[in-house]
Design a protein around this ligand. Structure first.
Ligand SMILES: *[C@@H]1O[C@H](CO)[C@@H](O)[C@H](O)[C@H]1NC(C)=O
Ligand SMILES: *[C@@H]1O[C@H](CO)[C@@H](O)[C@H](O)[C@H]1NC(C)=O
Length: 427
């Protein structure tokens, strides 16, 4: 409740982009690779995060609707439709995007563009909506595909196409031509970048925001403190949120207290599951890590506030050195569980939240990060202080800079501006 009280009055205004349909067409071929594919998905999520609210009803004539086509070889297209009635909020959209699996086949970009138009755009267009298509490709499309289809979207005057080319392929004249064709010869609508990580860079996301939503309307509520405006986050799907708290001496006793308070606030702000089999809502767990053999599980995955509160109050500050790798393995084994003793709910999104400055023993860190990847764990890093180890933080965040939340002072974690952003992100 404190969370609601603190946020209202300042940040309840919503941004509206008008009647807008956005279709992302992202490359899911072998040559992109798993990590880069995840970056493409994060690019989609981060961009949409910036655009404010989504249409709550896909048949309504106004509001933003978003669709995604991921493509690989001929006939393998996976889609999130613009008019999917189950996509009625940012969080259902995020879940759908996170669930897209890397296809890892050949690259049929021209066919994918035709597919996007014929299946998503043509029949679900709304009368006055603008349609923007964003195509991400590494440019290596299969020569057996029909390259005249690269311009398939250009025949419709209501559709605007943005083409993003990633990788070194675009140094060659020929491949730049591919991008120009996709963007219907409009050179202002092509972007070439060297690395997939550039997709999620802040300044690029900001640019996309302006391209897709050039004239936003900001709507603020009349009464700044209506409680129903504070939408309870993490509703409608199962999420297992596991905190890994660095208990090293660098933290200090006072910050240790702040960290406990922060976790308690998260437990209060999220919609928790009603019982261990509830297919909706969040459950939390927390491990504090110190030296290799000195990890303390404060509480296993639970939906009960009582278990969380008593787990936190029983947690003592380790005040030693720390090693994050072994803590990750222990958390996977003991908190998530394996095979028949699996403790996570079926289909649940598992999220690890590291609270650390990254200055920790890095033995087995890469192996631990690979294990997280195998387990399809989403990772978020809360990095505190000015003296941090960027490389370790990046590894923990599995290469995604946008998953790293920085704050100079530990107490900032408790501020609405930080807290709110964090809750929106994990939900
Ligand atoms: C990911 O993309 C980068 C370029 O951004 C490339 O160097 C790297 O090889 C790709 N990774 C995989 C696994 O293909
Ligand atoms: C890190 O941990 C490993 C394994 O416990 C240990 O052998 C090594 O000495 C530690 N490194 C540092 C710098 O403490």
């Amino acid at each position: 409740m404190t969370y609601i009280r603190e946020t209202c009055g300042c940040c309840d205004c919503e941004k509206h982009c008008g009647a807008l349909d956005i279709v992302f067409v992202i490359d899911s071929s072998e040559s992109v690779g798993m990590t880069n594919f995840t970056l493409e998905k994060n690019f989609v999520i981060n961009t949409i995060n910036r655009l404010g609210s989504m249409a709550s009803d896909p048949t309504s004539p106004t509001g933003t609707r978003v669709g995604v086509v991921q493509f690989s070889h001929k006939g393998t297209f996976e889609v999130i439709r613009l008019d999917d009635p189950s996509i009625d909020s940012m969080s259902s959209f995020k879940t759908a995007v996170k669930n897209l699996q890397w296809i890892a086949g050949g690259t049929f970009t021209p066919s994918a563009l035709k597919f996007a138009y014929d299946n998503l755009i043509r029949d679900s267009k709304r009368a006055r909506a603008k349609v923007s298509v964003v195509v991400v490709t590494d440019g290596r499309f299969d020569p057996r595909d029909d390259d005249s289809k690269l311009r398939y979207l250009c025949d419709d005057p209501n559709v605007v196409v943005n083409a993003i080319g990633v990788g070194d392929m675009f140094d060659k004249e020929h491949d730049s031509e591919t991008l120009v064709s996709i963007a219907c010869n409009n050179k202002n609508r092509i972007t070439e970048m060297k690395k997939y990580t550039d997709l999620v860079a802040d300044n690029f996301i900001q640019k996309m925001e302006t391209v897709l939503c050039p004239d936003p309307v900001i709507k603020c509520p009349d009464l700044p403190c209506k409680t129903e405006l504070a939408v309870a986050p993490c509703v409608g799907r199962p999420i297992e949120l596991v905190f890994l708290l660095d208990g090293s001496e660098r933290l200090g006793m006072e910050n240790f207290g702040h960290a406990r308070h922060f976790v308690e606030m998260v437990a209060n702000a999220l919609t928790m599951a009603k019982n261990r089999n509830d297919q909706n809502g969040a459950r939390l767990a927390l491990t504090e890590f110190g030296n290799e053999n000195e990890n303390q599980v404060a509480f296993l995955l639970t939906h009960e506030q009582k278990a969380i509160t008593s787990g936190l109050s029983g947690l003592h500050y380790l005040d030693a050195s720390s090693a994050v790798g072994p803590a990750i393995f222990k958390t996977i084994n003991e908190i998530l569980g394996k095979g028949p003793t699996r403790k996570t709910r079926r289909g649940a999104e598992v999220s690890f939240v590291f609270i650390t400055d990254g200055i920790t023993n890095i033995t087995n860190l890469d192996e631990a990060a690979s294990a997280m990847r195998r387990e399809h764990i989403f990772s978020t890093v809360i990095a505190t202080g000015s003296d941090v180890d960027e490389e370790v933080l990046t590894t923990l965040a599995m290469g995604d800079q946008t998953a790293i939340f920085k704050s100079q002072k530990f107490s900032d974690l408790l501020q609405p501006s930080f807290f709110d952003r964090f809750v929106r992100w994990v939900c």
